[in-house]
Design a protein around this ligand. Structure first.
Ligand SMILES: Cc1ncc(COP(=O)(O)O)c(C=O)c1O
Length: 344
C-alpha cells in the first residue's frame, strides 16, 4: 500500500492555509461587515478596487456568488447574456443566471476560451423588435478553465468590450484566475479589468486563501450587488478573519504563481507520451487527452492507488492543477505515476 503523502492536483482550491496565513487570521482586527465597519474587509475592498482600477469592491463568499451578483446587477429579468459555450458561468453555476436573475444564456463557441470577434454582432437583434430578448451583458473568462488555463488575449477582450459598449451592452469578466493571467503575461490586473464593467477575482484558488472572492466595478453597480448579497444570505459579520487571509495572499502568493506555471509545463512534458496529447500549459492547468477516452476512469483509479489525485474533465480528458501545496517532488511523483497508470 502507498504510504506517501497524497499529491492532490484535482484543483487549486484544495490548498490549506499556510502557518503564516493562519497567524494573520488569528490576529485579524474585525468588526461587523454587515454594518460596514470591519476594518480588514474595508482594507481588502479598497486595495482590490485600486489594483483593478475600479471605484469599488465587494468581498463575497465564492467566485460563483461574485459572478452571479454581477449578472444580477447588470441585467433585467428577460435579458439575454452572451457567454462562451464552455464558460464556468454557463456550465458550472447550476443555471444561476436563469434561476437568480431571470436571464437567458446565449452561448457562442469560442477558441481556447476566446469569443469570435463578431460574436455580439452576429447575435444581437434590433432593440425595436418587441419579440426578442435584448442582450444586455457579455461575460468573458480569463484564464479560461475548460480551455486549460488559457490566457484570452488582451486585444480580443478590448475589441469585444469596445463593440459591446458601442451597442450599449455591459461586460463582466470572470477572473477567478486572473492573477495567473497577469503573472504569466506580465500585463497588470487593471489592464485586464479595464476590458470589463465588473470583474470577479478569487482568493481561494491559486492564491491559497481558504475562502473568498472579490467583485469590482463602478460604485453604483457594486452598491447594488451589496444589497443583493444581503438578500441572498451572503452578508457576513466578523469576516475580517477571512479578509486578512486574502490580504496575506495578495502580499505573499501572487508573484510565486510563476512557479506553479513552470511546474505545470514540467508536468505536461512528463505526461506527454504515446496515446496521450497534452496542450502546452499557459498557466497552472494541465489537460491531458487520452487517445482511448474510455480509459480515463481506469487511469484515474491507478493514479489514486499511487497517491496521485487528478480529475476527469470531459470526454477523454484528465485535468491536473499546480498550486501552492505542490512542490517539485510532488510533480515528479505525479509524472511517474501518470506514466505507469497509462502504460501498465
Ligand atoms: C473560471 C471559474 N469561475 C468561477 C468559479 C467559481 O468559484 P467558486 O468555486 O469559488 O464558486 C470557478 C471555480 O472553479 C472557476 O474555475
Amino acid at each position: 500500500m502507498n504510504t506517501l503523502p497524497v499529491v492532490d492536483l484535482r484543483s487549486d482550491t484544495v490548498t490549506r492555509p499556510t502557518a503564516a496565513m493562519r497567524r494573520v487570521i488569528a490576529e485579524a482586527v474585525v468588526g461587523d461587515d454587515v454594518f460596514g465597519d470591519d476594518p480588514t474587509v474595508i482594507e481588502l475592498e479598497k486595495r482590490c478596487a485600486a489594483i483593478a482600477g475600479k471605484e469599488a469592491a465587494l468581498f463575497v463568499a465564492s467566485g460563483t456568488m461574485g459572478n452571479q451578483l454581477a449578472v444580477n446587477a447588470l441585467t433585467t429579468p428577460g435579458d439575454q447574456v452572451l457567454l462562451e459555450s464552455e464558460s464556468h458561468i454557463f456550465l458550472y453555476e447550476q443555471g444561476g443566471i436563469a434561476a437568480n436573475s431571470g436571464c437567458l444564456a446565449h452561448v457562442v463557441p469560442g477558441s481556447r476560451g476566446q469569443l469570435p470577434a463578431n460574436a455580439l454582432g452576429a447575435a444581437i437583434r434590433s432593440a425595436e423588435d418587441d419579440h426578442v430578448a435584448r442582450i444586455s451583458l457579455i461575460c468573458t473568462e480569463n484564464t479560461h478553465n475548460r480551455a486549460g488555463g488559457a490566457i484570452v488575449p488582451l486585444e480580443s477582450l478590448r475589441a469585444l468590450a469596445a463593440d459591446a459598449h458601442a451597442r450599449g451592452v455591459r461586460v463582466h469578466l470572470d477572473g477567478a484566475r486572473l492573477w495567473n493571467a497577469s503573472v504569466a503575461s506580465g500585463v497588470p490586473i487593471a489592464d485586464w479589468t479595464a476590458t470589463a464593467d465588473t470583474a470577479m477575482l478569487c482568493f481561494s484558488k491559486a492564491l491559497g486563501a481558504p475562502v473568498g472572492s472579490i467583485l469590482v466595478g463602478d460604485a453604483a453597480t457594486v452598491r447594488r450587488a451589496r444589497r443583493t448579497r444581503k438578500r441572498w444570505g451572503g452578508g457576513m459579520r466578523q469576516v475580517g478573519i477571512l479578509a486578512a487571509a486574502c490580504l496575506h495572499a495578495l502580499d505573499h502568493h501572487v508573484e510565486r504563481l510563476a512557479i506553479d506555471h513552470a511546474r505545470a509545463r514540467l508536468l505536461a512534458a512528463g505526461m506527454r507520451m504515446p496515446g496521450v496529447s497534452v496542450i502546452e500549459p499557459e498557466t497552472n492547468i494541465v489537460i491531458a487527452t487520452l487517445a482511448s477516452p474510455e480509459a480515463v476512469p481506469t487511469v484515474l483509479e491507478k493514479l489514486k492507488a499511487q497517491g496521485v489525485w487528478m480529475v476527469a474533465f470531459g470526454p477523454g480528458r484528465i485535468r491536473a492543477i499546480c498550486h501552492l501545496d505542490t512542490n517539485d517532488e510532488a510533480i515528479e511523483r505525479a509524472m511517474e505515476a501518470f506514466q505507469l497508470a497509462v502504460t501498465e
